[in-house]
Design a protein around this ligand. Structure first.
Ligand code: PLP
Length: 484
């Protein structure tokens, strides 16, 4: 009889030697990340290596690792680099790399059951509630990211505030349109969530903003009142703690008062901004978030944790549980053994099988202590102010929005060419900075003006990186405005 096969190695020493090399290489890579280009174009020859037929037979591990170092390692997104400030990305940490190895060694499903990683997740959620000064009875779950966290928060909002048994009867059983309210700056994941919840994207009433890009609360009230008059059922206000374009923060106390007055749910999308709470100097920026019925946010952005790690908290545990708990006999909880325990995270979200996301967070917070995270967040805020001052001093660059928290919008402007040419010049500046591997800002359009945008959620950035950015923007700007 043939011996049984397994995916384990025949010789553990071989894989051990290779794994030590991999870890050494990766730590060296992170240690020297500053010397590497932030980002580089992937040559066609490399892309073609990922359009080949499936291997029928196994290959040597060392060869596979060599392929990784040649064809994969040089071409990542770049968000681990100190001069990456595009969109909103986190950097991760070296200890987070190791946490990933430990976590995938245990490879536990965290949907439920009596095993330790569920307790680790529960610990992380309790710590988070403390940080946010949120209701100690609130429930929470780690999810892939803030998109999923928003989805869960809005699902509970819809189920609780619809005014009928929408969980069992569905949206078809009512002809009364449900309405949601958020500013024009609300993140697209909210539109996606509402579409998938059967609400339709148009159920989101997009309320205009004041000059600081915060929701106009007078318009919000008028829109709610008009909806009620026209026979719609207002359900939920969505507040932003840090919008993507400008880092704007809505006034949560006013939103919470309005929600109370009209019996609405208040959901906060705090993807990155809620972490201001950790900085004694800046926590007042997000005053009132603890009044929200649900809060969605990420650990993988401004808590610098490895992907994926989002989280949603819901103030009323029963509301949250009732929205996601459907238990067939084959998943029934036992009083003893592996299927016992009362940490059934699958009752609080969409996933049944779930990977562990908690260990890296638990290890990271223990490694540095929460005060250090607060200092790093404040450091990023101070860096945003630092580059804002540089911009104000330089004649040929100008701010395009008030700097809020960690988000800066500006452009090159030599005041000799018109807006449409300036838009082209600034767009080209961003592309050249990226393609030359110097820095990665992203861009946005503010009132028709092309803006170079920085979202500083990077624990590796230093002041000198921002000095360099301004120098390069001026250099490219002067060169390009002569050509364009
Ligand atoms: C990034 C972001 C999201 C989406 O979060 P993911 O983690 O990418 O799913 C939602 N809202 C805001 C404000 C964001 O910055």
């Amino acid at each position: 009889m043939e011996p049984e096969e397994t995916l384990d190695p025949e010789n553990w020493d071989n894989i051990r030697t290779l794994s030590h090399k991999m870890i050494d290489d990766m730590l060296n890579y992170l240690e020297t990340i500053r010397e590497k280009p932030v980002w580089q174009d992937i040559p066609e020859g490399v892309k073609s290596k990922f359009k080949v037929p499936i291997p029928n037979d196994g290959q040597d591990r060392k060869r596979i690792y060599q392929e990784f170092t040649e064809n994969i390692l040089p071409y990542p997104l770049g968000n681990i680099h100190p001069r990456f400030w595009g969109w909103v990305y986190g950097t991760g940490t070296p200890f987070g790399v190791l946490a990933g190895i430990l976590s995938s060694t245990l490879n536990s499903d965290t949907g439920g059951g009596e095993h330790i990683l569920n307790y680790v997740e529960s610990q992380v959620i309790e710590w988070t509630k403390d940080i946010l000064e949120y209701d100690s009875n609130a429930s929470g779950i780690l999810v892939s990211g803030c998109s999923m966290a928003n989805f869960i928060g809005l699902a509970v909002a819809r189920n609780i505030k619809a005014g009928y048994d929408i969980i069992n009867e569905g949206v078809r059983s009512s002809d009364k349109g449900l309405s949601f309210y958020g500013s024009t700056e609300t993140h697209v994941s909210i539109d996606k969530a509402l579409q998938l919840l059967g609400m339709g994207i148009n159920s989101l009433r997009k309320i205009s903003c004041n000059t600081k890009h915060e929701i106009d609360t007078k318009k919000l009230r008028e829109t709610i009142e008009k909806d009620i008059e026209s026979g719609f059922k207002p359900v939920c206000i969505i507040g932003n703690a840090g919008t993507v374009r400008t880092g704007a923060i809505d006034d949560f106390n006013v939103l919470a008062d309005l929600a109370k007055e009209f019996d609405l749910w208040l959901h906060v999308d705090g993807a990155f901004g809620i972490w201001c709470k950790l900085s004694p100097e800046s926590k007042n920026l997000v005053a009132g978030i603890e009044r929200a019925d649900s809060i969605a946010f990420d650990f993988h952005k401004w808590m610098y944790m490895q992907y994926e790690a989002g989280c949603v908290l819901v103030k009323n545990r029963t509301d949250h549980h009732n929205s996601f708990s459907l238990i067939p006999d084959y998943l029934a909880q036992q009083t003893r053994g592996t299927a016992s325990g009362d940490l059934n995270f699958s009752d609080f979200g969409l996933q049944l099988s779930r990977g562990d996301r908690a260990l890296k967070i638990w290890m990271g917070i223990k490694e540095h202590g929460i005060k250090k995270y607060g200092r790093l967040i404040e450091q990023n805020i101070q860096q945003a102010r630092y580059i804002t001052e540089l911009i104000k001093k330089e004649k040929k660059v100008e701010l395009l929005a008030p700097t809020s928290m960690n988000t800066v919008n500006f452009r090159y402007n030599n005041r000799q060419i018109d807006t449409s040419r300036l838009n082209k010049v600034n767009k080209e500046i961003v592309l050249q900075l990226q393609e030359k591997g110097i820095a990665v800002p992203s861009s946005t359009i503010l009132a028709g003006i092309y803006s170079i945008r920085l979202g500083i959620t990077n624990h590796r950035s230093k002041k000198e990186d921002f000095d360099l950015l301004i120098k390069e923007v001026l250099k490219f700007g002067d060169e390009l405005s002569a050509i364009f």
